[in-house]
Design a protein around this ligand. Structure first.
Ligand SMILES: [Zn+2]
Length: 275
């Protein structure tokens, strides 16, 4: 029996939230539309520059990024290569990442104090390690914003708590890849399927691609779109402090344009912070 092939998503499909940015989706759309007449890198660059006005040097890297999720074959054609979108990638990305550099580790551990319980190796004999706030398996990256020093005890407590959500890892990964903060927050709440999500986690996922100073406002704005979101105060197992938890009880499909534009349309007179 031949293996069943996963169909390539159409441009604009929600499955493409696995791609990190809008420019990746522009690239995907171009390759998708040119599947039967694969473009050269020159054509790809011209197209991307045309649509996004983006620096050419980044285009090669974006094509490589696409390969985290999709198979893109480089087929020789004369002196050039043509890039053909073949299907979903068969290679699992997780585990293939490089270890953190010594310099990054040293920088993260430099406070010499557990970011959660505050204990130190010197005063309390704890051992500190580098923790990914959003785990790698959930799409967390190796940027400093996503790293913190945790003592072994706090780290294992956090891992146990997160392990209870491992069944939703793919959805949480897709949530953190959403291009808009509203989308990252909303998709995370959806991934929790009516379970309570602690604000420590929502805040981190909201800031995945771009720091969100006021993600709580973005969360409230979802209500303008017809979402029903409830909250409660309870101890957060990640931070150990009393914190707000959120739960989505009902949601609406994302608008066809940007979420930001829709929120502005629904509340044109509300003073808002930038997202
Ligand atoms: Zn600790």
């Amino acid at each position: 029996m031949p293996e069943k092939k996963r169909v390539l998503p159409k441009p604009g499909s929600p499955e493409l939230s696995v791609l990190a940015t809008e420019s990746h989706r522009v690239l995907y759309k171009f390759l998708y539309e040119r599947r039967n007449d694969p473009p050269t890198m020159r054509e790809i660059r011209a197209h991307v520059a045309d649509v996004l006005g983006e620096a050419l040097s980044q285009t090669d890297r974006r094509v490589r990024d696409l390969r985290d999720h999709f198979e893109v074959l480089a087929v020789r054609s004369g002196a050039e290569h043509r890039y053909r979108l073949e299907g979903w990638s068969k290679v699992k990305k997780a585990g293939s990442r490089k270890a953190l550099s010594r310099r990054v580790r040293a920088e993260v551990l430099s406070p010499k104090r557990c970011a959660q319980c505050g204990r130190t190796p010197l005063d309390h004999g704890v051992v500190l390690d580098v923790d990914h706030k959003v785990p790698r398996e959930w799409g967390g990256n190796d940027e400093l914003d996503n790293l913190q020093p945790l003592c072994v005890e706090c780290n294992s407590g956090k891992k146990d708590f997160y392990a209870t959500y491992d069944a939703y890892a793919a959805e949480i990964r897709a949530a953190s890849a959403h291009v808009e903060p509203h989308g990252r927050i909303g998709e995370l709440l959806k991934a929790f399927r009516g379970d309570w999500a602690p604000s420590s986690l929502i805040g981190v996922v909201a800031s995945m691609q771009q720091y969100q100073e006021d993600w709580q406002r973005r969360l409230r704005e979802l209500r303008l779109l017809g979402w029903k979101i409830s909250s409660k105060k309870e101890r957060d197992p990640i931070t150990g402090r009393i914190n707000t938890w959120y739960r989505a009880e009902a949601w609406t499909p994302w608008p066809s344009g940007t979420i930001r534009a829709e929120v502005d349309r629904l509340a044109p007179y509300t003073k808002r912070g930038r997202s």
